[in-house]
Write a protein that binds this ligand. Structure first.
Ligand code: NAP
Length: 306
């Protein structure tokens, strides 16, 4: 068993910012990340809405800078997968595949994972025409043809945002009716740049250096067709990485962690920050803000509990 004052689960912008604050507060801190330091943002080629970078910054670069800044504050960073959390009077036990960490406080900043369409070409062309966030990457598709996969609120919101930049935006939806709220549907149907490919799923994403189009399969007729496109925005939903937290902290219906304004969960000494949190706007700037708030709250909790 390893001992520390604070364990941070997740090394995206929320977790790394919490690490910067915790390190500066001289809390003995272990941050555990299972995949990639920097988190989901590392997949974004150009981030233009994070303050301080008027020319924009790549997601990868900002992730690396945040990691460097967190390490400079003396926190320990471990690459491992968290599989369990146990709350005991003597501390919180954070279990990974190979170790147990005991701490006074925990910050849950494990984020979400996006649902993938799992079509050939999706992984290969991610960052080269396949993207997941119109706010982040939309301006890269000025005057270009874009398809958006999905029919929910996220897909329609993202598609409407894309109409500011793209020459055309084609929604590819697996049914003949959108799931999105009526008001969003009305806006989408009224938008001249928007087209719809109904009853269709993406069978393949084609390209050479960059995406050139998608092959569609019509689930009703069984026919295959092709659409030329420069961009494929996938927006079929996210799932929070909270499976191991069910029954331990309060989650909303979709599995996101419910917190108060200081990022406290219903369990004393357990905090949550970033995209994993109910109400998050899923932006780097808000994740960083959550992380700072959670670390300040955790520091107060630890010093008051002494
Ligand atoms: P969602 O509501 O679950 O919609 C996912 C969409 O993707 C559905 O249309 C679904 O099709 C489709 N889909 C799912 N898996 C697919 C697959 N494998 N292949 C093709 N299509 C697939 O998810 P969301 O749009 O991300 O929204 C999540 C939550 O956030 C919702 O509660 C939503 O209201 C909220 N939200 C709200 C706003 C807003 O109000 N502006 C914006 C974003 C998100 P089916 O319809 O056939 O199931």
């Amino acid at each position: 068993m390893k001992e520390s004052q604070l364990v941070i689960v997740g090394g995206g912008p929320a977790g790394l910012t919490a690490g910067i604050y915790a390190g500066r507060a001289r809390l003995a801190t272990v941050l555990i990340e299972r995949e990639i330091l920097g988190g989901q943002i590392t997949y974004t080629p150009l981030l233009e809405n994070y303050p301080g970078f008027p020319e924009g910054v790549s997601g990868n670069q900002i992730g690396q800078l945040m990691e460097k800044q967190a390490r400079a504050q003396g926190i320990a960073i471990v690459l491992d997968e968290v599989t369990g959390l146990e709350v005991r009077p003597e501390g919180k036990l954070v279990k990974t595949t190979g170790e147990t960490y005991r701490a006074r406080a925990v910050i849950l900043a494990g984020g979400c994972r996006r649902l993938l369409i799992n079509a050939p070409g999706e992984k290969e062309f991610t960052g080269r025409g396949v993207f997941y966030c119109a706010t982040c990457d939309g301006p890269l598709y000025r005057n270009k043809a874009v398809v958006v996969v999905g029919g929910g609120d996220a897909a329609i919101t993202e598609a409407l945002h894309m109409t500011r930049f793209a020459s055309s935006v084609t929604i590819i939806h697996r049914r003949s009716q959108l799931r999105a709220s009526k008001v969003l549907q009305e806006r989408a149907f009224a938008e001249p740049k928007m087209k719809f490919a109904w009853d269709s799923v993406v069978k393949e994403i084609k390209g050479d250096k960059m995406v050139t189009g998608v092959v569609l399969h019509n689930v009703v007729t069984g026919q295959t067709s092709q659409i030329e496109a420069d961009g494929v925005l996938v927006a079929i939903g996210h799932v929070p990485n909270t499976e191991y937290l069910k029954g331990i902290v309060n989650l909303d219906e979709a599995g996101y962690i419910i917190t108060d304004q200081m990022m406290a969960t219903n369990v004393a000494g357990v905090f949550a920050a970033g995209d994993i949190r109910h109400d998050s706007i899923r932006q780097v700037v808000s994740a960083a803000g959550d992380g700072g708030t959670a670390a300040v709250a955790a520091e107060r909790y630890i010093s008051e509990a002494k």
